[in-house]
Design a binder for this molecule. Structure first.
Ligand SMILES: Cc1ncc(COP(=O)(O)O)c(C=O)c1O
Length: 444
């Protein structure tokens, strides 16, 4: 046991030991250079020269808490509206900066409770919204419960208590690829049928929060518009959790732009500071800003909106705009879709592939994720595939689940680097195929 308390994503396997990075590569302690294939916090890769220069320049700025005004914070808000929200100004009201995606969601959800006078909140199944307070409550992936996971012999899983009751909607459908077994087990159901319980749930809820990647469920405009309409009719706010997808990863500035409805609140984080600093944001619609008039929002944070973070936000937004990064993501999206479909069709272990922009989930056949509490030291198959991929030269993430792998490379990755990443995934899935074939033989 070292001095540093560790947490890990890939249960049962060693995390990569990173000592440096450059471009889309990590440098590891064993001297190797490996592709960074799943890093939602690093949209510009590592050591982007313009980001590094902006941070060097910002290093001498004063320490100004959120309670004091700072011109760089106003500038970051202006830049966010100009470069990030371009075309969305008709409904977007004002932005507030904070520290992490989890915190942004907790702030948004507690504001929704205060505005509506309701305690329950709603999300969709297999969501991840964070690890603090209300954001943890609406995290419905069972293993990210925020408590302790341990084998039965050392106490088993011990969970914390929720802050609020949570209603869980079905996830949106949609996939690039579904195996015959997966399609037979989960036949598509019409939206009105899947959302039949939503009006009753949202009539009790302060808000419904939807994200666009977690658990391998991506954006579906019809689903979004249906949930948004039900929320409006029933007095609940709609929070778009764009912590992963905001500002680029979905191949457009925001995932919600693919639907016609617009959220009451948007949360952002992860890459908002270009991957160089912890910074997140809560954007309120004009309507919500109006509802705050005459009231003071009673919370404050010492390090929220810190000058260094604000400089990083402004620098990232300008790089995104000037280097036309969204256009590259859109071009690469088609490349990933084509290659991932081929890979899925070749590997019997793959049950489903879904994604958009530069975020893709590869779901393997295997145990039901609903029962996974990570309470075993044994590495699940997804972690072992990720381990093999690391040996072959790429970091591929698992979200800590048993059967789910995801790709989320830096938005600046090239097509040649993407081809290498996808080849490594392709080869590593042979391990899952062998396991899958053994299981199928044993079942006969
Ligand atoms: C959709 C979504 N929301 C919120 C969060 C929480 O963000 P953070 O880890 O920065 O607290 C995550 C993290 O993975 C996420 O994927």
């Amino acid at each position: 046991m070292g001095r540093l308390l560790r947490t890990g994503l890939n249960a049962g396997t060693e995390a990569p030991r990173v000592i440096g990075g450059e471009g889309v590569y990590f440098h590891l302690a064993d001297g190797r250079r490996v592709l960074d294939g799943s890093n939602t916090g690093g949209p510009l890769g590592h050591g982007h020269p313009r980001m590094a220069a902006a941070l060097r320049e910002a290093a001498g700025l004063p320490m100004v808490s959120e309670g004091w005004s700072w011109a760089g914070r106003d500038q970051a808000a202006e830049d966010f509206f100009e470069y990030g929200l371009n075309g969305e100004e008709h409904w977007a009201g004002a932005v507030r900066f904070c520290l992490s995606g989890s915190e942004a969601n907790d702030i948004a959800l507690s504001l929704a409770q205060a505005l509506t006078g309701r305690q329950p909140i709603a999300t969709r199944e297999r969501a991840y919204h964070g690890l603090v307070g209300l954001s943890r409550d609406v995290t419905t992936q069972p293993h990210w419960h925020g408590g302790l996971a341990a084998p039965e012999a050392v106490g088993g899983a011990r969970l914390p208590f929720p802050c609020a009751p949570v209603h869980v909607l079905p996830a949106p459908d949609g996939a690039l690829y579904r195996s015959a077994a997966e399609a037979a087990a989960n036949p598509p159901r019409p939206l009105y049928e899947r959302l039949a319980d939503a009006p009753a749930m949202l009539a009790q809820s302060a808000a419904v929060i939807l994200d666009y990647t977690q658990g391998g469920f991506y954006h579906d405009g019809d689903y979004q518009d249906a949930v948004a309409a039900i929320a409006r009719e029933n007095g609940a706010l709609w929070i778009a959790d764009e912590v992963v997808t905001g500002l680029g990863r979905a191949g457009r500035p925001f995932a919600f732009q693919d639907g016609g409805s617009r959220p009451d609140i948007v949360t952002l984080g992860k890459g908002l500071g270009g991957g160089s600093i912890s910074v997140a944001a809560v954007l309120l619609s004009k309507e919500v800003v109006k509802r705050l008039e005459g009231a003071s929002w009673q919370n404050y944070g010492t390090l929220r909106g810190h000058p260094l973070a604000m400089a990083a936000v402004s620098a990232y937004l300008r790089i995104l705009h000037e280097e036309d990064i969204l256009a590259r993501v859109k071009t690469l999206e088609a490349f990933y879709a084509r290659r991932l479909k081929e890979i899925a069709e070749r590997h019997p272990s793959v049950s489903r592939v879904a994604g958009q922009g530069l975020h893709w989930t590869i779901e393997l056949h295997g145990p039901n994720w609903r029962q996974w509490l990570a309470d075993t030291p044994d590495a699940p198959v997804a972690s072992r595939v990720a381990d093999l991929a690391l040996q072959k030269g790429a970091v591929i993430g698992t979200s800590g689940e048993q059967t789910s792998l995801f790709l989320a490379p830096p938005l600046v990755i090239s097509e040649a680097e993407s081809a290498t990443l996808l080849d490594i995934l392709d080869q590593s899935l042979d391990l899952a195929d062998r396991e899958h074939n053994r299981m199928m033989e044993a079942a006969q």
